[in-house]
Design a protein around this ligand. Structure first.
Ligand SMILES: NC(=O)c1ccc[n+]([C@@H]2O[C@H](COP(=O)([O-])OP(=O)(O)OC[C@H]3O[C@@H](n4cnc5c(N)ncnc54)[C@H](O)[C@@H]3O)[C@@H](O)[C@H]2O)c1
Length: 440
């Protein structure tokens, strides 16, 4: 890494974020390093619904790791996950209703957290304070204050953090962001980011809590509400404001992560947000913002247009042959590169054929996202998706939503990690929590 580059990055980020900066550009000798032979990393899995089960399958396939414990308040889910471990690794993991018992096991090196969003940071904080490294599903926190607490805790406890956005192991995306970073598009002029809209609806009709579910632990820090058939499903965890801020963060995290990956550090801090959004069923269960259209500005004046896909479709179809469900387009003085998990397009398609572009800027890349986490845990090497980038990218979602809800321009100080105006919105950087789950 060029030391001037690093210095300017530190000056820019300032304060709490700067103190925890992890290198993103790294020397080639590190890129080429082999994983040293070492001990088997012992993993615990917290939350084994749809995504947690898929992650479990992925980690079971990683050499040098073993899944030794599962925690989920849904008995049937933790038992099903236990059977997967038995079938794959030939041993029975310990099964827990309560993740705190899993975290008390000192033999566990790292945990994979794939609960609903409102649990990500409370469990993540408990995990790093218990000495575990953490892989946490996207989006990061339910509030901006949670995100800062997570950053500070990872920094203080010197824990490895990997953000569950996944795409930093897709070779085409690595090549795409390196084209941007090495100036193929010229000077960066603007960015477009889009992600699928959320849903309204959801039943509020009360049902008995199903057998085998610890409902109190499932709800955790969220307000206690009557159980309904939809409240205990993943759509509630995405679209109900008790558990998340909606797809503006939940799906937005994917293309925003690419936007962070492909930017020059000196242009990073977003400083202003202005936009509109739609809440199709504000009194229903799925009451989150479903569609959004937000104009963001960076400190250097570069604009970013952050939209739900319905808003992006007519804009992106003017230059992309195919408009994918989510995406990130970097526009420069000499052309554009547009990236998403399904592929890439560019103003000059020849650029995308280059295995290695010219220029010395390289991002940290591993072709297996899960093996990469295990390697970082074992070797204490930098995470490919570090906490600093998760905090940055999730801030776009939270601040966009604040601009939509307030109907005002939100001016943000990324160095101080606070809202300059409207000043009163600083109170909304945190949320009350139920019971004794306040840890940040
Ligand atoms: N990276 C991706 O592409 C991707 C895809 C889907 C979902 N996700 C994310 O994964 C997370 C989970 O989503 P999902 O669709 O799997 O939801 P889900 O409802 O299927 O799974 C969540 C699980 O967490 C469990 N849980 C709730 N409270 C818990 C606690 N206190 N301790 C342990 N487990 C607890 C639930 O019982 C459930 O089994 C969400 O944050 C979502 O945004 C990421």
């Amino acid at each position: 890494m060029n030391s001037n580059h690093l210095n300017s990055r530190r000056q820019f980020l300032g304060g709490v974020i700067a103190a925890a900066v992890a290198p993103q550009f790294i020397p080639s000798r590190v890129l080429g390093q082999e994983t040293a032979p070492g001990r088997t990393i012992r993993l615990g899995h917290i939350g084994v619904g749809g995504q947690g089960t898929s992650l479990l399958q992925n980690f079971l396939a990683v050499k040098g790791a073993t899944s030794v414990a599962i925690a989920d308040p849904f008995q049937a889910r933790r038992e099903a996950a236990g059977k997967r471990v038995l079938a794959s690794q030939g041993h029975e993991p310990k099964l827990y209703n309560d993740f705190r018992e899993l975290l008390a096991d000192k033999s566990i090196d790292a945990v994979i957290i794939a609960t609903a969003d409102h649990w990500h940071v409370p469990i993540g904080l408990a995990a790093v304070r218990a000495g575990k490294d953490v892989y946490i599903e996207k989006p990061l926190g339910y509030t901006l204050n949670q995100n800062r607490a997570m950053l500070e805790a990872c920094q203080k406890e010197k824990r490895i953090f990997q953000y569950g956005t996944q795409q930093r192991s897709q070779e085409i995306l690595k090549r795409g962001v390196e084209l941007v970073l090495n100036g193929y598009i010229g000077d960066l002029q603007r960015i477009e980011v889009w992600a699928p809209a959320g849903n309204g609806g959801g039943s509020l009709v009360e049902i008995p809590v199903p057998d085998g579910l610890d409902y109190d632990l499932y709800i955790g820090p969220a307000p206690m509400k009557p159980c309904s058939k939809d409240r205990i499903t993943s759509p509630a965890s995405w679209f109900c404001s008790d558990y998340s801020i909606g797809f503006i963060a939940g799906w937005g995290a994917h293309p925003l992560d690419i936007a962070i990956w492909g930017q020059n550090y000196d242009q990073q801090g977003p400083v202003s947000f202005r936009g509109t959004g739609d809440f199709p069923t504000p009194n229903g269960l799925f009451n989150n913002c479903a569609t959004w259209d937000v104009e963001i500005k960076f400190a250097g004046g570069i604009p970013m247009h952050f939209m739900s896909t319905n808003h992006a479709q007519p804009i992106v179809s003017k230059y992309r042959n195919k408009v994918p469900g989510d995406g990130t387009t970097f526009f420069g003085s000499k052309g554009w590169v547009s990236l998403n998990r399904g592929g890439a397009e560019a103003s000059n398609p020849e650029w995308l054929k280059l295995k290695e572009c010219e220029g010395d800027k390289r991002v940290l890349y591993r072709n297996n996202y899960y093996a990469s986490f295990v390697e970082s845990v074992r070797e204490r090497t930098p995470s490919i998706a570090p906490i600093e980038d998760a905090v940055r990218s999730d801030a776009f979602s939270h601040l966009s939503l604040m601009a939509i809800k307030s109907g005002q321009e939100v001016v943000w100080d990324p160095k101080a990690y606070r809202i300059i105006s409207p000043e009163s919105l600083n109170e909304r950087m945190g949320q009350p929590v139920r019971g004794d789950w306040k840890q940040s």
